[in-house]
Write a protein that binds this ligand. Structure first.
Ligand SMILES: Nc1ncnc2c1ncn2[C@@H]1O[C@H](COP(=O)(O)OP(=O)(O)OP(=O)(O)O)[C@@H](O)[C@H]1O
Ligand SMILES: [Mg+2]
Length: 565
């Protein structure tokens, strides 16, 4: 992957030919022979290069034509739909496991990791590929990937796209649409909420694929309780309290650990993924002392956790703009984590902290999720690049804005929300970088709402534009990390983790320019360990029996407070 990104010239040539292929355009000297299947149907015309300037690259009405490899197949599509915990993923994975080659695409690193582990344990060698890690296994013909990493230029016997209803997500939905339309597989298994069925059937009408629906029932009952939790004294082993702010997570953890005889694992979005995995594993392990979970909706998708009862501490969340009630599908997804088949709890229960929230909980669990109406779509870099060739005066921000404002879409699609990309583009447009490099930095996993993370991106991109080489030590002092002592210091460490993660991500795409991947990865691992130590110690006294040998070593190693330079 890195090799293909090394030579920028090659990329430009490759990109042009790929997009021209997608539009069936052949460059012939100054003339362009165009056979463009746009919304008005296929037309054959001769264009001079001047007239080629009239090609509307914002016409996204036929996204299925972007993937000729997949279109050469009549794929057997199996839609596994049903409530949470009904065995949808289990059945899709059985097909994947028994196929000679295949790919699993999930929305979370944790899910990809779980599937890679499962296949490897079953003696089906499986690689794990996410934006920031590539773990290859000898002889592997299977891959477990996060959906953004799907390669639509390879052929597979079998492919699984998990949590397919995510194609309606306003920010990440387009990656699911790309996987849905673009994976070239003989068998394609889609797992998710029944609410996605009509839309997927509609989308796949034009691909000629053969679609079959398999419906599932929940394997264990999920019981909505009539009473709220009442007091924290009623917390039991196997409970999971759900809240949506980081601050509330720590408040609840402290309350439970000081008031009752329980220890809490925590899972929330900005924790490093490996920390989330270890926190979840600790909670799942019946022999560990961590028997209660405090979590955000980061647990809401597909994870297998030993939860007996979900307790909503609130039914509202801040969605980046305003506080709003949770949607029916969010409530069902989160509640569905209780009483997982195969766990030690035969029944899942769900309730709220506040009795006033019970009516919304009960009515939501009874209602079907409203059908999805549209799937996310976003133009490929190739299309933007072609547009930029015709309008060299435009910078990346203007190109992104042009596409989002002018995109022509069929009524089954919406254009993805690219607010985050636009924020990054503003910064990147001030640097002397090629469009491709700007785009690459733009789609990196930077969190533009996090000051330290966005500062990291600016530094990396700026150093790269000046020297083409970015050493980690130029912006970060390895060996200076320390155990956070306050929630604010913890948040800072989470942000530093994001910067190191960004370096690793860039090192996979621009290997020669970001050569310190090993150092960044090891510092990332130290960040996670320090965060975990904070989590274990925050708000309670460590039981005498629990040994923390790593702590002493780490603390003596890292004495200075860490700042990005
Ligand atoms: N037939 C089966 N035999 C053994 N275990 C099963 C079977 N079906 C499902 N399971 C197990 O039950 C648990 C829930 O199944 P699975 O993860 O497939 O549910 P799901 O419908 O995909 O849920 P979600 O909507 O939450 O993703 C998993 O641990 C899975 O391994
Ligand atoms: Mg599942």
């Amino acid at each position: 992957m890195a090799a293909s990104l090394l030579c920028r010239r090659k990329i430009a040539a490759f990109s042009i030919s790929r997009v021209l292929n997608a539009y069936n355009v052949k460059l012939d000297g100054l003339h362009v022979e165009l056979a463009y299947g746009g919304s008005a149907g296929v037309c054959n015309r001769n264009y001079s290069s001047r007239r080629a300037a009239k090609i509307d690259f914002t016409d996204l009405t036929s996204p299925h034509t972007w993937y000729p490899k997949a279109r050469r197949k009549i794929r057997k599509v199996f839609l596994h739909v049903g409530p949470t915990n009904s065995g949808k993923t289990y059945h899709a994975l059985k097909s994947l496991q028994s196929s000679p080659s295949g790919i699993y695409c999930g929305p979370l690193r944790l899910l990809a990791w779980e599937v890679a582990n499962r296949l490897n344990k079953a003696n089906v060698p499986c690689d794990l590929i996410t934006g920031q890690e590539v773990e290859t296994v000898d002889g592997a013909k299977h891959k477990a990937v996060t959906v953004e990493m799907v390669d639509v230029n390879s052929d597979y016997s079998c492919a699984v796209i998990d949590e397919i209803q995510m194609l309606g997500c306003k920010t990440r939905g387009f990656s699911f649409t790309r996987a849905l339309l673009g994976i070239s597989a003989d068998e394609l298994h889609l797992c998710g909420d029944p609410a996605a069925v009509p839309l997927i059937e509609e989308i796949l009408k034009v691909t000629g694929d053969d679609v079959k629906i398999e419906t599932y029932e929940r394997l264990l009952p999920l019981v909505p309780l009539k009473k709220p939790l009442g007091s924290f004294d009623n917390i039991q082993t196997g409970d999971c309290i759900v809240t949506f702010s980081r601050k509330q997570i720590y408040k609840l953890k402290k309350k439970i650990e000081t008031g009752a005889n329980h220890l809490c694992s925590v899972v929330y979005g900005s924790l490093p993924p490996e920390t989330r995995t270890r926190q979840a594993t600790m909670f799942n392990d019946a022999t560990s002392e961590f028997d209660v979970l405090v979590a955000s909706d980061a647990i809401g998708m597909g994870l297998n956790l030993n939860i007996s009862r979900i307790i909503f501490s609130t039914m509202q969340k801040f969605d980046g703009v305003e506080m709003r009630d949770l949607t029916v599908s969010e409530i069902k997804q989160i509640a569905g984590r209780a009483g997982r088949y195969g766990s030690k709890f035969p029944v899942g229960e769900v309730t709220c902290l506040d009795g006033a929230d019970l009516p919304l909980l009960h009515s939501s669990l009874k209602s079907p999720s409203p059908p999805l109406e549209r799937a996310g779509l976003f133009p490929s870099f190739d299309l933007m690049y072609m547009h930029s060739r015709l309008h060299p005066e435009l910078d990346l921000y203007q190109i992104l804005e042009h596409f989002t404002k002018n995109a022509k879409l069929s009524d089954k699609y919406f254009i993805a929300d690219c607010e985050e990309l636009l924020k990054a583009a503003v910064v990147l447009d001030t640097l002397p970088l090629s469009l491709h490099d700007k785009y690459l930095f733009c789609i990196s996993p930077v969190d533009m709402n996090d000051e330290i993370s966005s500062q990291g991106l600016t530094q990396f991109a700026s150093n790269y534009s000046k020297k083409g080489l970015v050493r980690l030590k130029e912006i970060f002092t390895p060996g200076s990390l320390m155990v956070p002592k306050t929630p604010a210091a913890l948040q800072e460490l989470e942000s530093i983790h994001k910067v190191l993660d960004l370096y690793v991500w860039l090192s996979f795409r621009l290997a020669d320019s970001f050569p310190d991947r090993t150092l960044a990865a090891s510092q990332k691992a130290i960040c996670s360990m320090l965060i975990e130590e904070f989590l274990e110690r925050f708000g309670w006294q460590a039981p005498a029996a629990k040994k923390l040998p790593a702590t002493t070593t780490l603390r003596s190693l890292f004495q200075k407070k860490t700042y990005l330079k």
